[in-house]
Design a binder for this molecule. Structure first.
Ligand code: GRF
Length: 206
């Protein structure tokens, strides 16, 4: 059984969805450990309720030393022998070590390389999308490298921006798509059904 290490900072809706997909046997994997960059977040409660070991590595205490911060996270991931690291609502910078190259995934609620980068998370993304006036947004699953929202793109899906959308209504529709897309991509990656050439990723379709 493949082992996932999950990184979060907030409400954990992505974690909850993944647990559900595992319970439904859509995904043959186990979430071995959850690491949060913040204490007292709902995501940790979800982990506890599902008997998943969880840890807090406080980002606010490590802002000045990202190497030390990332090292602490990596040590936990290594201890739990994870095969894949999945970020879901993880809002800090993790320096990906060599051993986890192309083994860390993130989902971003817009079409990278637009509306992404440092400080672009949560409702801010959808607000920027609406203010700019683009007609299409979406979500992007990508490998994480050591630049914000920059690693090789694995999968993208487009979502129409409606004339009467608010950041909240758009966020909701994007989340619905993410719920389907992220488990699909995680499944493909865990099954090794992908090739990567330079920064182009090719998924083997069903
Ligand atoms: C999602 O919209 C995703 O795009 C972004 O974080 C949001 C989910 O956060 N990476 P959470 O899982 O509810 O904490």
């Amino acid at each position: 059984m493949k082992k996932i290490g999950f990184l979060l900072s907030g409400s954990g809706s992505t974690l909850k969805n993944l647990i559900q997909k595992i319970n439904e046997k859509y995904l043959e994997a186990q979430i071995s450990v959850v690491i949060s960059s913040k204490s007292n977040v709902y995501g940790l409660k979800i982990a506890e309720e599902n008997n998943i070991p969880c840890f807090v590595v406080e980002y606010s205490e490590h802002k000045k030393d990202l190497d030390e911060y990332s090292k602490k996270i990596t040590e936990i991931l290594k201890k739990y022998n994870v095969d894949l690291v999945v970020m879901g609502g993880f809002m800090s910078f993790y320096k990906v070590p060599e051993i986890y190259t192309n083994k860390v995934l993130n989902i971003h609620p817009a079409l990278i390389p637009s509306f992404c980068g440092k400080g672009m998370y949560g409702l801010k993304v959808h607000k920027a999308v609406i203010e700019y006036g683009v007609k299409i947004t979406g979500c992007t699953v990508h490998f994480v490298d050591n630049e914000y929202d920059h690693g090789p793109i694995i999968y993208q899906e487009a979502i129409r921006v409606l004339d009467n959308d608010t950041p909240e209504s758009l966020a909701e529709r994007v989340k619905e798509v993410e719920k389907r897309v992220y488990p699909y991509v995680i499944k493909k990656i865990l099954e090794n059904k992908f090739r990567i050439i330079n920064r182009k990723v090719f998924l083997e379709e069903d």
